[in-house]
Design a binder for this molecule. Structure first.
Ligand SMILES: *Cc1c(COP(=O)(O)O)cnc(C)c1O
Length: 419
């Protein structure tokens, strides 16, 4: 039997060592090196009192898989170690995690400030919560001043992403963190594009962190999942949206308690043990993959920027990027996301179709390089006027760099552009 990991040792280990050996902290089962896939929905107890204690939260344990399983709990512990959080809760998808935050920590009459450049489905979800009576302001989050100007007496939450998709604007993450602390606003950072290996939102005083596990953390395009991490930095004691039943014990636990009961349990977008297992295996190589995909994205961005057919490249690792200094300061590396425009707007599809290595597909943070024409796919539904307002040209091509050998990626793009 392999020995359980020593918790004291774990604290001194680096990110990848902790991720690879972390499961053993919870006690190994039969010496297995992976947390087993627990597929039970019901969990039985020896006496009614034991079940009552689990229900009332006075003893740890599982009762019904919609609220978690041992396999999901192992992934939650892993993501929590990565983000150095106080606690982490997993959901079926990243969108389910974001939905839980917006719908259980805001109510009609509250005001949310967010970025003009959020992920498309998050943008669409913002429309839904507005129809439920929550006020939303979308501002240029690269400028903390724009966030500050938007604050109203009923503002409760600020929600931003680290690197925006597809144009790679980098929010003023540190400035907004300081502002939220001063004004006692709940600061939520979607860390999906950077992942906890490149950036830890707790360093800019985020209260909650969202990760779509589907992207960087799972990393192989074979399972959906999402997570919310509470950093422990937000004071929930005077957050008015917390229901009376969760205002018990240490206020530091209130936010995640409400998310778990009102979000996960009642809304039911629960992660399966099968998906949790797949995501946990993928997560073991997060650091290695993020280093490789960032290096490939950097090399491709530089090659594209120097190419005569290319009008403009958007990548935070280029010195021409508007937030290059901020990105360099905040992130270990600039991640896998880049986008570029061709000089001739009509050439985008033909250029993509000449590529032979990348997969023409939506999706991000895969081991494989993915490309997509932005205006005609993920930004089609919003219409031409909104696209123009967001600076999305018809020739904008988004790339999510994979882990392939760098020269193979560069050669393939060079051939497609030279033709
Ligand atoms: C993909 C994505 C999401 C949604 O995640 P899913 O797991 O696909 O639901 C949320 N935020 C960002 C920044 C994303 O890229």
């Amino acid at each position: 039997m392999s020995k359980p990991a020593d918790p004291a040792k774990l604290a001194h280990w680096g990110f990848t060592t902790r991720t690879v050996h972390g499961d053993r902290l919870g006690g190994v089962e039969h010496g297995g090196i992976h947390k087993p896939m627990h597929t039970s929905v019901q969990y039985g107890y020896g006496s009614s009192q034991e079940l009552i204690d689990v229900f009332q939260g006075s003893a740890p344990g599982f009762n019904y898989a919609r609220q978690g399983t041992p396999t999901v709990a192992a992934l939650e512990a892993g993501v929590n170690r990565m983000e150095q959080g106080r606690g982490t809760l997993c959901f079926a998808t990243g969108m389910a995690a974001i939905t839980a935050i917006f719908t259980t920590l805001l109510r009609a009459g509250d005001h949310l400030i967010t970025s003009r450049f959020v992920f498309g489905n998050t943008n669409s979800l913002l429309g839904t919560i507005q129809s439920l009576g929550i006020e939303v302001s979308m501002v240029d989050a690269t400028q903390v001043g724009a966030v500050e100007t938007a604050i109203r007496p009923n503002t409760r939450m600020v929600f931003v992403e680290t690197i925006a998709n597809p144009r790679t604007q980098v929010a003023d993450l540190a400035g907004i963190g300081t502002l939220c602390q001063a004004r006692r606003l709940l600061y939520v950072v979607d860390n999906t594009v950077t992942s906890p290996w490149l950036f830890q939102p707790r360093t800019v005083a985020a209260g909650l962190i969202v990760n779509s596990l589907t992207k960087s953390i799972g990393g192989h395009g074979n399972a959906l999942g999402g997570a919310i991490t509470d950093t422990g930095l937000f004071d929930w004691s005077d957050y008015p949206v917390i229901a009376q039943s969760y205002r018990k014990g240490d206020p530091a636990a209130w936010g995640l308690a409400q998310l778990k009961k009102k979000g996960l349990r009642d809304q039911g977008a629960s992660l399966s043990s099968e998906a949790a297992h797949t995501l946990s295996v993928g997560a073991e190589t997060l650091g290695l993959r993020m280093n490789a995909t960032s290096a490939n994205a950097q090399a491709l961005a530089q090659m594209l920027e120097a190419h005569p057919a290319v009008r403009r490249v958007y990548y935070p690792g280029l010195s021409s990027h508007e937030q290059y200094a901020r990105s360099t300061e905040l992130f270990r590396a600039p991640s896998w996301l880049l986008a570029f425009e061709l000089k001739n707007d009509g050439d985008a599809m033909a250029c993509i179709d000449r590529l032979t290595l990348p997969v023409i597909a939506t999706g991000l943070g895969d081991t494989r390089t993915l490309v997509i024409p932005v205006a005609h796919t993920i930004f089609w539904e919003m219409g031409a006027a909104k696209r123009a307002e967001m600076g999305i040209r018809d020739s904008l091509i988004r790339v999510s760099a994979g882990i392939e050998d760098t020269s193979d990626i560069l050669n393939d793009f060079a051939t497609a552009l030279d033709t």
